[in-house]
Design a protein around this ligand. Structure first.
Ligand code: 13P
Length: 248
């Protein structure tokens, strides 16, 4: 049985003091072992949030990382730096990073491999634009993103470390959620892609999330779908709505 993951991607919101207040406000109500709860604050708040959740089951996630170990890469953050503040998950290939910061499949793959070396779980984001869906290219687009992100990744990591998040771009921040059927159909398809790349046994164990306008009113039905193992929540992770989603 795959354990559900509910991750909050705060994106570029909340400075450190606000982050502290928010975590103090919600942490007792999201401290559960029934689902794996992950908070992904901005880099400057990671350490503070890490301290605040130290005695809870809540896990810390980062929103990005660089694939080199150290050196002259102004503005970048290494996996060791993340590991030092107890980061356990890291989002890679979010559509906003692909769109605004030219993050390619090749870069995503390098980040995935580097994170795995340091025992941090990559949350690999994939998903199509509305135009791609309307022209029936969505399965091809997502298949390519998954294949490229997983290049040279050993099967053992699929079973216990890799998380894939299907986030259709047209559903992110728009209030338009994919229907349960659309979301589950693609998550099932991703599992088939993993099955072809590895084995059915591996595919049965990989964790696949849905993200895109998840809110308290739709969380339960999304999370009950056969192939959806959790949610990557944006806007609703910044408010009390996150508590309701975790306790769906
Ligand atoms: P929203 O939940 O705001 O649509 O954002 C989803 C997302 O991008 C999570 O990574």
């Amino acid at each position: 049985m795959r354990k559900k993951i509910i991750a909050g991607n705060w994106k570029m919101n909340y400075s450190v003091n606000r982050a502290e207040d928010f975590v103090n406000d919600i942490k007792d109500r999201i401290n559960t072992d029934e689902v794996e709860v992950v908070l992904c604050p901005n880099f400057v708040s990671l350490e503070r949030v890490s301290d605040l959740i130290e005695d809870t089951n809540i896990k810390l996630g980062a929103q990005n990382v660089y694939f080199e170990d150290k050196g002259a890469y102004t503005g970048e953050t290494s996996v060791d730096m993340l590991a030092a503040v107890n980061v356990k998950y890291c989002i890679v290939g979010h559509s906003e990073r692909r769109m605004y910061f030219n993050e390619t499949d090749e870069i995503v793959n390098k980040k995935v491999l580097k994170l795995l070396q340091k025992d941090i779980s990559p949350i690999i984001c994939v998903g199509e634009t509305l135009e791609q869906r309307d022209s029936s290219k969505h399965f091809d687009v997502v298949e390519n993103q998954v294949k490229n992100a997983l290049k040279d990744v050993d099967s053992i990591f699929l079973k216990n470390k890799i998380v894939i998040a299907y986030e259709p771009i047209w559903a992110i921040g728009t209030g338009v959620t994919a229907t349960d059927e659309q979301a589950n159909e693609m998550c099932k398809f991703i599992r088939e892609v993993v099955s072809k790349l590895y084995t059915k046994n591996v595919a049965d164990m990989v964790t696949i999330l849905y993200g895109g306008s998840v809110k308290p009113s739709n969380a339960k039905s999304i999370l009950e779908q056969s192939d959806i193992d959790g949610a990557l929540v944006g806007g609703a992770s910044l408010t009390n709505d996150f508590v309701a989603i975790v306790n769906y």
